[in-house]
Design a protein around this ligand. Structure first.
Ligand code: ATP
Ligand code: MG
Length: 277
């Protein structure tokens, strides 16, 4: 009989097997608690290939949408989107918003339907539909930005109006594989415009979590110097040995295999702190 192997390097660890990374999680959660109060926060999570960025994002997403007294009692509407090669930010954000609609309560969708006109049709958002005479790229960028602001401000408005027991805290949008995005400078400017405008309108219950390699974070800051302030940089490093051991022990327990602590202690260094090793 094949034993179940919980360490599948091709899939992202399930939340119950996730181990370590406590300081990173707490740091991000602390900011999410502020987002809940209307202070927007955004992050850029970077680190080497396979270091555990997506796994950490998946855990944050889980915590953000399932209220837990010990973890800030968060209840965010969340989306996760993995950017494909050459995609532009408009399409990525449209897809993220459409992932959010699947999780929206009917009352919220209805509220949006009443306000957004053609931006929301059959429960799906369409942004960037231009009239033919609108040719310049700059004009188009402004339209897209304003459409996104219209959608997000109405959405945050709507969740603020939900009944107390069902109320969402805000919106968390996770964009993974940011190295694939086509228009990084447009992206930085656009997100900043959205966040600032919502903040000024007292609708700052929004967080973006961008994920990519360090060079992408550098590129983002290079094209937009304010990005360094706007996006809290979270640099994910190799795991300390005790955390790497926790990963293995959790997996062993899950697979119901026995392990020898001495052998584990002597072999753990070989992983170099890479969770998938
Ligand atoms: N804290 C953790 N506990 C348990 N397993 C983990 C942890 N972090 C990562 N892993 C596992 O290690 C592997 C690699 O992690 P992950 O896919 O998150 O890395 P990544 O940084 O997103 O990689 P890439 O740069 O290729 O996108 C996955 O199988 C994941 O489930
Ligand atoms: Mg990843």
């Amino acid at each position: 009989m094949n034993k179940y192997n919980p360490f599948n390097p091709n899939s992202v660890v399930s939340t119950n097997l996730f181990a370590g990374r406590k300081d990173y999680v707490l740091r991000i959660l602390k900011k999410m608690e502020q987002v809940k109060k209307g202070m927007p926060a955004s992050f850029f999570l970077f680190g080497e290939r396979g270091i555990g960025k997506t796994a950490l994002a998946k855990l944050i997403m889980h915590i953000a949408e399932n209220p837990d007294q010990l973890l800030g009692n968060l209840k965010f509407l969340t989306s996760y989107y993995s950017v494909d090669r050459g995609q532009n930010i408009n399409d990525v954000l449209q897809a993220s918003l459409n992932e959010l609609t699947d999780k929206m309560p009917p009352s919220v969708l209805q509220y949006l339907g009443n306000r957004l006109g053609s931006l929301l049709k059959n429960g799906k958002f369409t942004i960037g539909a231009f009239s033919l005479e609108m040719k310049s790229q700059n004009e188009r960028n402004i339209v897209v930005r304003d459409q996104l602001i219209a959608i997000l401000s109405n959405l945050i408005d709507a969740i603020k109006k939900e009944t107390e027991d069902k109320k969402h805290d805000g919106v968390l949008i996770i964009l993974d594989e940011m190295q694939n995005i086509k228009d990084m400078s447009m992206c930085a400017q656009l997100l900043r415009g959205i966040i600032t405008t919502l903040d000024v309108k007292s609708l700052g219950n929004i967080a973006f979590l961008l994920i990519g390699y360090e060079k992408v974070h550098k590129a983002l800051c290079a094209v937009d110097p304010s990005a360094r302030r706007q996006f809290a940089s979270v640099s994910l490093g190799v795991m300390p040995t005790d955390e790497a051991e926790d990963v293995l022990i959790k997996g062993f327990k899950e697979a119901k295999v026995l392990w020898n602590q001495d052998a584990l202690d002597s072999n753990i260094l070989a992983t170099g702190g890479y969770p998938h090793s």
